[in-house]
Design a protein around this ligand. Structure first.
Ligand code: F6P
Length: 328
């Protein structure tokens, strides 16, 4: 291949810049010209692009966000949008397109592939870690550390007031961040969508361990980490319901987008570098409609169409252990 496009799409994740850098440097080593599209797939539709040379990606490895900007692109949900995106790739004479994003972005890529004659490859970049075909996604490790730092701080104030706190973490419909950050923070309980959506009439299971802990250990801080989308009315409503049921004030803290920012930790920079470099090399080898992931420390290709099947599971060992200590 002689020319390739690259873009970042969907929720940004720390390490996306490291992936852009590695892709550009690897492409240069193979004499491939790189065009970077800005604002995700919108850059294709709006001809918002720039040539990316090695000097453009100097000293970006340590920065959060993405120098190419990111967006979710509704236009790609229509066939006309996908066709227009493919036409832009043909017009710019691009032999391949590399997409850094989550499974939603990969669905957009598959729609474009219906009309595009070139190769398409994905690199998993999302804090949620909810992509099949890779043990970890770029940004997940940093998001855990960011959430952990926040929960540790909440523990200080919770201890001082001997309060119950519910801390809501991101993850869309998966509990990877909640389970990992909750375990690392020593949370008393963790609630994830994988355990089933919690209904208002099922609070008993939550309350019993809290009362038990209070009887056993006396008044003490108590932290419940809640993955977003675990309770129909949201975590603030859950805190209110718990306050009423327990007769004790419970506080909710929604951590939000702070989890998407910050300088990527070393593990994310290394993963991003490895997967983006591997993706470019595999394009040179003819890969198409694949994602470059890492399984058991080995870079490996996985069909792009299967990345959103939700086969990967949150660690069953840690789930079992957490549930056991919560009820003891
Ligand atoms: O996919 C990343 C993510 O941060 C999810 O954890 C979250 O549900 C969603 O994006 C938030 O999206 P937005 O930034 O559009 O509010």
């Amino acid at each position: 291949i002689k020319r390739m496009g690259i873009l970042t799409s969907g929720g940004d994740a720390p390490g996306m810049n490291a992936a852009i850098r590695a892709a550009v440097l690897t492409a240069a080593a193979h004499n491939i010209d790189v065009i970077g599209f800005r604002h995700g797939f919108n850059g294709l539709l709006e001809d918002d692009q720039q040539t990316l040379l090695p000097q453009h990606v100097q000293h970006i490895i340590q920065h959060g966000g993405t120098v190419l900007k990111s967006a979710r692109c509704k236009a790609l949900h229509t066939d006309a949008g996908a066709r227009q995106a493919a036409e832009a790739l043909h017009r710019l004479q691009l032999d391949a397109l590399l997409i850094i994003g989550g499974d939603g972005s990969f669905r957009g890529a598959l729609a474009i592939a219906q009309h595009y004659r070139g190769q398409i490859i994905g690199v998993p970049g999302t804090i949620d870690n909810d992509v099949d075909g890779t043990d970890f996604t770029i940004g997940f490790a940093t998001a855990i550390d960011t959430a952990l730092d926040a929960i540790d701080k909440i523990r200080d104030t919770a201890d001082a007031f001997e309060r119950i706190f519910l801390v809501e973490l991101m993850g869309r419909h998966s509990g990877y961040i909640a389970l990992s950050a909750g375990i690392a923070a020593g949370a008393e309980q963790i609630i994830c969508p994988e355990f089933g959506t919690l209904q208002a009439n099922e609070l008993k299971a939550l309350i019993k361990p809290i009362q038990h802990a209070q009887l056993l250990r006396g008044k003490s801080s108590y932290i419940i980490v809640v993955a977003e989308n675990s309770y129909p009315g949201g975590t603030t409503a859950l805190a209110e319901a718990l306050s009423t049921a327990l007769g004790i004030e419970c506080r909710a803290c929604i951590l939000g987008h702070i989890q998407r920012g910050g300088s990527p930790v070393g593990a994310d920079r290394i993963l991003a570098t490895k997967l983006a470099a591997y993706a470019v090399e595999q394009l040179v080898n003819g890969a198409h409609l694949m994602m470059a992931g890492e399984v058991n420390q080995q870079a490996a290709l996985y069909p792009l169409a299967q990345t959103g099947e939700r086969k990967k599971q949150i660690d069953p060992y840690l789930v079992r252990w957490q549930q056991q200590i919560a009820s003891d």
